[in-house]
Structure formats: structure tokens, C-alpha cells
Design a protein around this ligand. Sequence first.
Ligand code: ZN
Length: 454
Amino acid sequence: MPMELTFLGATGTVTGSKSLLRTSATAVLVDCGLFQGFKQLRLRNWQPLPVEPADVESVVLTHAHVDHSGYLPLFVKQGFRGRVYCSGATAALCGLLLPDAGHLQEEEARFANKRGFSKHKPALPLFTVEDARNALAHLEPLPFGRETRLAAGASLRLLPAGHILGASIVRIEADGRTLVFSGDLGRHEDLLMRPPAKIDQADYLVVESTYGDRDHPRNDVEAEFAAAVNRALHRGGVIVIPAFAVGRAQALLLVLARLKAARRIPDVPIFLNSPMATDATELYHEHHEEHRVSPEECLAMFRVARFVRTAEKSKALNMKYEPMIIISASGMATGGRVLHHLKAFAPDPRNMLLFAGFQAAGTRGAALLGGADAVKIHGEYVPVRAEVVLIDGLSAHADRSEILDWLGGFTAPPRRTFVTHGEPAAADALRRAIGERLGWRCEVPDYRDTEVLE
Ligand code: ZN
């Protein structure tokens, strides 16, 4: 039987990553992510997969972000019985992220039922905290670089991808051929993470394209940050920064710690309002070998912010009307505590909503950056008069040039290269750039496409 690769997510979108590899001896799902953003994408989370989870022998996670791991609780609930291979830090981060995702699902369903704004009666969570905990029992942490047998004639190796703590490039040897999945590729000069491992060979390659159509500005992120923060603070405003709890929140703490230490921003209170981001910050501290932040700067990251754990203290922030900076999840304002801050602070023009990362199409974050004058939160419209700012340089994703540089490490073109994990324009731009720059044959798969790997 020839090998087959089926794309069950991250096609035409940066969310829902899932690639099913069938070899002569086994079936492996690389990433098991949730769809986010547009409703028609989110509805896919509720549709049955074209494969029985019980027939999949193993799952490999590139990293812990829920758009790569968040379907796992459902996958296990639907009958998956195998191991889930990932790096040690990814397993630790999943221990934070998946139960939190379950909690958010339960809370949303509860809220929808209370307010009666869901069309579904009763509104149900996609999965629960308990489902998430059951999924965690399947995790099998692997050290980077160690070859692990998946099945007869199939083995797996994880290599560092940068991006966030634990993020891995997945290399699978099966039926005498090599498949490489880039996962989310980090940057050469990332604030926190080391550069992705160089790869020089693959027969088949799946590469991400989040920023396939653009380069990050090469300007001074700290200066841009200082300018934006000072502008809002000088008019007496509150700055709300929606941030991914893992990766982005830590980068923000590091930048703010440096700016405060250099007295480039005033000494206003900074709140990290995300228990998960707080725990994730501790995990960065525990995995020093994986990133480039010194122990001293790690401590400075801890000292710069006040950590808000309880819901009461979170709500109290919305009453505290004085200049301050609030970092809170979720990063694309799709859920979480940051929504309450948006309700409280978006209507006042003195305030600032500062975005520091990619906003997938269809999310509130994308709507705000697009200039929406109101956003719907918990069923009601909230007027947006606050200044909305994007600072792009903190991205944990390689941009077009950095992806092309990484691909330049290959000594020969892969037989086939699949460009995934990008909005349609970004994926197609990267496909063209790879063709022009490297002369490789390159394809952008569609949702549920199956490719036979001859
Ligand atoms: Zn990611």
C-alpha cells in the first residue's frame, strides 16, 4: 500500500492543524488542533473526522498551542487509544492548556445557557475539563533528537522548532522515506527561543506559511512598544494587551521588564491576568536549556508584573480606573478573561488595545485591527473607541524570508512540498516564492485532500 497523507486542518487557515499519515504499517496523526476564527471553521470541530480515532495508532504533537493540540480531548473521547508523542515541555504545557481549553468550553456553554443567546438548547461544551484530563494520560514525552519506534518500519524524531517552549519539527521515517513536518517555525532572532533546527533532507515536506506573504518589520520592537505605551499612559489610559498565555505573554513580560529597567516607560502597574500565563512563565523558568533568556532576566520577568489568579481580582481590575497595563488571554480575543477587559475598556478613547501577534481571520482580534467600531462580546455589542494598535515584531513565527532561509538548508528538493497553516493568500504567496527562489515543486492542499505519496 502506498503512503497517504490527508490534510484534516490548517488548510486555508492557521488553525485546526491535523495531518493523517497512513503508511504500510501504521496510521499517525501529526497534530490534533482545534479550529478557531470563522464560524464555518469552528463548526468543523463538531463534524466527525473521516477516520475512526480508534484506527489511528499514534498522535504526534508539534507543540502545545491549542490550534495544534486542542482537539486531543475530543479525539480521546471518540475512542483514540494510542500514545501521544511530544517533547517534555509540550507535555507540561498541554497540562496547562488543555484543561484550560476545556474550562473555557464549559464556561461558554454555561454563559450561553444563562443568557439564552445560543441557538442550541442547551448549548453544550465541545469537551470538558475532565475530557482534557483523560487526554493528558496519553502523553508520552520524548527528548529532542531521540529516535522512537512508531510501528514496523516507522520511526519518529523530534527536533527543536523554536517558536514556543517545546515546539518541535517532526521527522518521520516510514517505508524507507523521510517526511518532515515543520510545525510552527520559530525565528532566527527570537526574543525568547533559539532558532529552529536545520533540516537538510526530506522526501516529503509539510511547511507552515502563517507569514508566507510578508516579512516582519525589522524595526526596533522595544522602541515601538515604548512609544505606544507612553502615548496611552500620557492621556491617562489603560492598555489592554490580549496575549497567548504561552510564548507571547512571556515575550511581553521580557520587553516590559527591559523598558521599565531602562526607564523608557513610567512605573505604572502591570498585571498579568492569566493564571495559565503565570504557570507557563514558571515552565519557561524550568526549561532554561531550551531558550535564550538568562536566569537573571527570567527573574526580572517575574518581578515586573503582578500576577492575577482569582476571578474576583480579575473583575476588580475593571473597576480600577487608573493608568495601567493589563496582559490577558486569549491572544486573539476569542475568549477568556480579556473579553471582560475589552467590555470595560474598549469604549473609552483614552485607552489602548494593543495586539502583539497574528490575528486569524474571523476572530475579534482581526475585527478590531480591521477598524471595527463595535465588537460582539457575550451576545452584546461593545462600542470600540479605544486606540487599536498592532506591534508585529514580537511574532514567534518565521516570516517569509526566514522560512525561505530555513528551506535553503535542504541539500536537495523534497519530492513534494505541501504548504499549509496559512490564510489562502499567505499559503499561495509562499508556494510561489518557493517555486521562484528554490525551484521546488510545491502544492497548497485543500481541506480533506488525500495525497498519495508514491
Ligand atoms: Zn503555535
